[in-house]
Design a protein around this ligand. Structure first.
Ligand SMILES: C[S@@+](CC[C@H](N)C(=O)[O-])C[C@H]1O[C@@H](n2cnc3c(N)ncnc32)[C@H](O)[C@@H]1O
Length: 346
């Protein structure tokens, strides 16, 4: 693959099966983008054809919905998958000139699937961390890094790049968000809202009263409670036993089109019904009067057949001028869906 003079190369990652859409978005941002697949419809190497600063700014300002993560490719090295690679990789780290004493450094290593290596990604991190400590006085961390060293290993190449977490769009390796499976978690669905909170920079604790549509088993509701909100939960299915009787929850057994609320009863409206996108949007738009001006909406949108971009347009059209879209992203925890974040006009 060649890229134009000054062209900045990156590795992009999406949820499996959705990278084609990320590429469509990237081609719109950087016409003439050249691509090489590293994992089918999931991980790809691309040349933006523009300089790094411009590529990073464009991706941050107009973040593609289906691009989960990017990492820069600054250097490329031949490898043979034996432990001798580790010495070559350590040499690359020794050449680094940007590290300052006390800086927090994360090493994130991924490799192509289905290919045997004599070492593990963790083995690469173990080889690099002592170099960062001894030579540069840096502090190895897993999260909260000042600089991320991203390595991607294929059958015969290593791609290497150093960046800030913001440049990568996510500070999780490959954008693969791994929340701890704490005991007492009501449902895995909670991870979606947790991830939206992190990715969208949401401060859930700023809100007081939430309406949770399609609330059972109660993963989203329980996170909202932990953030200090009162929650009205609507679902024909029952909530998890641990939530029943909690005085901060008003549970309404029934479908969303069977309930109505006085004007401006809530400042947050969330919905995870896994239903047809059009119907869900219509339902939510119908509930908008119950949301105070300036209130926010978090909504998962199921991606069915057809263009996902069209689906998002159709959903937004149902809301009309009443809301401003803040974010639309496929999160790591979204399967065949994406998450929308909207704000109601004041
Ligand atoms: C994916 S689950 C929601 C998971 C939930 N967010 C959590 O964290 O546990 C979808 C829920 O939507 C509910 N549902 C489906 N259609 C609905 C409707 N018209 N009104 C209210 N709830 C609905 C289902 O009963 C189901 O419990």
């Amino acid at each position: 693959m060649t890229t134009g003079a000054g062209g900045f190369r990156m590795i992009g990652s999406s949820n499996r099966g959705f990278a084609r859409y990320a590429l469509e978005e990237i081609q719109n941002l950087f016409p003439g983008t050249e691509v090489r697949w590293l994992e089918p419809d999931e991980v790809f190497l691309f040349g933006a054809g523009v300089r790094r600063k411009e590529a990073v700014r464009t991706l941050r300002e107009r973040e593609p919905m289906f691009l989960r993560h990017v990492q820069p490719v600054e250097r490329e090295l031949g490898i043979d998958r034996t432990r001798a690679d580790l010495d070559r990789i350590v040499e690359l780290a020794r050449d680094e000139t940007r590290l300052r004493p006390g800086e927090k450094v994360a090493v994130q290593v991924r490799k192509m699937g289905g290919i045997p290596f004599d070492y593990t990604p963790y083995g690469v991190k173990e080889a690099l961390d002592p170099v960062f400590v001894q030579r540069f006085g840096a502090e190895p961390v897993v999260r909260g890094a000042d600089r991320i060293f991203s390595l991607y290993l294929t059958a015969d190449r290593l791609f290497w790049g150093v960046s800030s977490p913001e440049e990568n769009l996510s500070d999780w390796s490959g954008g693969m968000v791994r929340f701890r499976k704490e005991e007492g978690r009501v449902s895995r669905a909670e991870f979606k809202l947790l991830e939206a909170e992190e990715r969208f920079g949401l401060r859930l604790d700023r809100f007081d009263r939430a309406l949770d549509i399609g609330a059972a088993l109660g993963g989203w509701t329980s996170l909202l409670l932990r953030r200090g909100l009162h929650v009205t939960a609507v679902d024909p299915s029952p909530m998890h036993p641990s939530l029943i009787g909690d005085p901060r929850i008003t549970y309404l057994s029934g479908k969303a089109d069977e309930v109505s609320f006085p004007k401006a009863s809530f400042d947050l409206l969330v919905c995870d019904v896994n239903w047809s996108p059009r119907q869900t949007a219509r339902l939510m738009a119908g509930l908008l009067p119950a949301l105070a001006g300036g209130g926010e909406v978090i909504l998962t949108v199921k991606l069915m057949r057809g263009s996902p971009f069209r689906t998002v347009e159709d959903v937004l059209a149902e809301f009309g001028e009443a809301v401003v879209p803040l974010h639309a992203r496929q999160l790591f925890h979204n399967r065949k869906e994406l998450t929308l974040h909207l704000r109601k006009h004041r």
